[in-house]
Design a protein around this ligand. Structure first.
Ligand SMILES: [Zn+2]
Length: 396
């Protein structure tokens, strides 16, 4: 295996310019989640690229969201496949590319989505090429990429596609935004959000205040009750993040509304949260007011499973053997598509992309050398999977 690994690494070293060039090309293609046509162009380009790299690629088309992509590399074998995951949409509006196109300065690459996560796409495609170049054919590698990750697939079935395509895999690697701290993600919090509105009765605050029913007072009770549900030990947090209400100072307010963000560690905590919020919505503190609540779509958590822990141990061991900085495991507060692979019982490590900082902002950058380092890490981890007990194999 050492010989094969050396061959794969040689290939990566010889393709550095080509990798950076593909990276630049991807960054310089607009792909803001909300601009479907832009996203679809990138999907089509990646399909061609995957095919030219020997993949069997197909678009997953959606009428109301950017297309996704699934590509299989290598012939089917009797062993479970390996999943590489990610997304090619960004949070940036049209015109961002012309304002600040891809550039490299002092070893750092800049541009919209350079870190989150166009680097991760280059990494997975070149890891696969390097594996094939080295004669790897033990397992099929399946690339699953979303075109609407940044909106949580609210208008597509892409989450189901991740579930279907990852099901049965020995392991999944998500090449999302890596971090300069060298943290790797073994779990992610899930999210739920609620818009709550109170109706009261408005009257003049001086003339007959007793006839009014203050929506703000009612909401104030509810806010305190909601915030009090936060349980740091269980990792469930409630945040009333926005508030609006009333019209003028001298009128009893007849409306108030809040936006609530909730984070959970485990899938079943989402039901608990729903129940608690419903109880507070149903309870009336100021007689004569009424409350309504709308739940927005959320993301289920990426549970920190024993399978993820074992896969992390493998990645850490491989990193150390290669002389790379030792990674450490974290549970992240933000969501990603790894939730879907973990839901299907597939051991998953996230944040395997190039390392950098400040994604979703103008300051976003990725450290160029880590593009190659992480490609090598991915290759070595795939080789090492031969010693790995997948979730399905240990019957967890
Ligand atoms: Zn991302």
């Amino acid at each position: 295996m050492q010989e094969k690994l050396a061959k794969a690494f040689q290939f990566i070293d010889s393709k550095r310019d080509e990798m950076v060039s593909l990276w630049g090309k991807l960054v310089n293609m607009e792909s803001g989640t909300l601009h479907r046509e832009d996203v679809d162009k990138v999907a089509a380009f990646l399909r061609e690229t995957a095919e030219s790299f020997g993949g069997d690629a197909r678009l997953v088309e959606f009428p109301q969201a950017g297309n996704g992509l699934v590509a299989d590399f290598g012939p089917p074998t009797d062993k479970p496949h390996v999943c590489f995951m990610g997304h090619f949409d960004t949070v940036f509006p049209q015109g961002t590319v012309s304002r600040r196109p891809f550039k490299i300065e002092d070893g750092k690459a800049y541009g919209p989505g350079v870190l989150d996560m166009k680097a991760g796409i280059v990494i997975q495609l070149y890891a696969i090429r390097a594996l094939r170049e080295a004669g790897y054919s033990d397992r099929r590698i399946r690339v699953v990429l979303a075109g609407d990750e940044e909106t949580g697939h609210s208008k597509s079935e892409m989450a189901r596609v991740f579930e279907e395509q990852c099901a049965g895999a020995i392991a999944a690697f998500n090449f999302e935004t890596g971090d300069v701290s060298n943290a790797l993600v073994v779990g992610r919090k899930g999210t739920a959000s609620y818009d709550i509105a109170v109706r009261g009765i408005s009257v003049h605050a001086g003339r007959e205040p007793e006839k009014g029913r203050s929506a703000i007072l009612e909401m104030a009770h509810k806010i305190i009750a909601i915030q009090a549900l936060t349980d740091y030990e269980k990792g469930i947090t409630f945040n009333v993040g926005t508030i609006k209400g009333g019209t003028v100072r001298n009128a009893v307010p007849d409306h108030a509304e809040i936006g609530v963000d909730v984070r959970v560690m485990e899938v079943d905590q989402l039901d608990y949260v729903d129940r608690k919020i419903s109880e507070i919505v149903a309870r009336t503190y100021v007689e004569g007011t009424t409350t309504t609540c709308v739940r927005e779509s959320g993301i289920i958590p990426m549970s920190r499973t024993p399978g993820n822990e074992r896969l992390f141990d493998l990645v850490r061991r491989v990193s150390e053997e290669l002389g790379f900085e030792t990674p450490f495991p974290i549970v992240s507060g933000g969501g990603s598509d790894s939730s879907w692979s973990v839901k299907m019982g597939v051991p998953t490590i996230d944040q395997m992309g190039a390392k950098g900082q400040w994604n979703h902002s103008d300051r976003e950058y990725a450290v160029v050398d880590t593009l190659f380092e992480r490609t090598k890490l991915a290759v070595a981890c795939v080789f090492e999977l031969e010693k790995f007990q997948g979730q399905s194999e240990v019957g967890l």
